[in-house]
Write a protein that binds this ligand. Structure first.
Ligand SMILES: [Zn+2]
Length: 331
């Protein structure tokens, strides 16, 4: 049964429990709160902790940047926000995504350790801050920025992400992509063909893939979170159905030999991506069935429609309850 307590009281008790070394989950079990009440309490906790965005920035500030050579002249830098791909060669470095600005020294060091060539080009997979916050400094050292026109549109004005309880101010002029496109674009750099394609609204309304067709390496941005539940940004055009359609588009575009760079999580292959698609489809079906029965969000969370997947996928920023909420909002 749901024990009704004021949220102030819950927070006070939770803080005391934490001081005594009791985990939040254990505490919520102890006081007999329903999953829905736990979700509400967790929202309050995020507010107390100044929100998920500062949490991500702090994590990036402390993180080491790891370099993973992928194939040919392509590497991935991991550790600051979304995965950053790097293409090297005679025309200078091309980066896909920019990480957080606080990681500038660590990212610059990692790039210099690959070689001394300048950074000449940056492509954003979508507008989110964990992929674009470093745009300004990368532009200041010489990178021209390319992205979908909606990335420029979102970065140009103050933008609220309800799911993060955060409003981002408009980005400075230098951080805005100067080269934008609407559907598809092909570019050449470092003797490499690079195809850019818009997904239509998926995780946001600004997502694109970047396909190094000769190397058969593709960066799919936040249309794929490898091994963890994804965030879906309904505030700027994302939805569960868009996320599923993007996963299907990715699967149709690749082969068993393609190396796939996700927005978050380790680089993977087609079978990993198919597992992600299957997880999305199954949870969508489960949540839609519960909602169709007339269950509220709290009742749907309490029915645990993600249970079969939680041990693997529920261990990162997006908890099982939070992901259920993201799916519920779109069915
Ligand atoms: Zn994102």
């Amino acid at each position: 049964m749901f024990v009704r307590k004021s949220s102030e009281k819950i927070n006070e008790l939770m803080k005391r429990a934490e001081r005594m070394g009791t985990s939040r989950r254990h505490f919520l079990e102890l006081v007999g709160l329903s999953a829905g009440a736990a979700l509400l309490a967790r929202r309050r906790l995020f507010a107390d902790e100044k929100g998920i965005v500062p949490t991500m920035v702090n994590a990036a500030a402390q993180a080491k940047i790891t370099i993973h050579p992928i194939r040919r002249n392509i590497s991935v830098l991991e550790g600051s926000g979304g995965n950053i791909a790097v293409l090297t060669g005679k025309d200078g470095k091309l980066l896909i995504d920019a990480g957080f600005a606080v990681s500038r020294p660590a990212i610059a060091n990692a790039l210099t350790s690959i070689n001394a060539d300048p950074i000449t080009h940056l492509i954003n997979t979508h507008w989110h801050t964990d992929h674009t916050d470093g745009n300004a400094w990368l532009h200041s050292v010489g990178a021209a920025i390319t992205a979908h026109e909606n990335t420029r549109k979102r970065l140009s004005v103050a933008t609220r992400v309800e799911g993060w309880h955060w409003t981002f101010p408009a980005a400075p002029a230098g951080a805005l992509p100067a080269k934008t496109f609407t559907a598809e674009q092909e570019i050449r750099q470092n003797d490499t063909r690079i195809k850019l394609k818009y997904y239509e609204p998926a995780h946001t309304d600004s997502d694109i893939w970047i396909h190094f067709t000769d190397a058969d390496v593709i960066h799919v941005g936040d249309t794929w979170w490898n091994g963890v539940y994804p965030f879906i940004d309904y505030s700027t055009g994302g939805s569960i159905d868009g996320q599923i359609q993007a996963a299907e588009a990715n699967l149709a575009a690749i082969t068993d030999k393609t190396i796939i760079i996700p927005g978050h999580g380790p680089v993977g292959c087609k079978s990993d991506l198919a597992e992600f698609r299957d997880m999305l489809v199954t949870i969508r079906r489960n949540v839609a069935a519960l909602k169709k029965q007339g269950r509220t969000l709290d009742e749907t969370i309490a029915a645990q429609p993600t249970a079969a997947f939680d041990a693997k996928w529920g261990q990162f920023l997006i908890t099982p309850a939070a992901f259920t909420g993201l799916v519920y909002a779109g069915v």
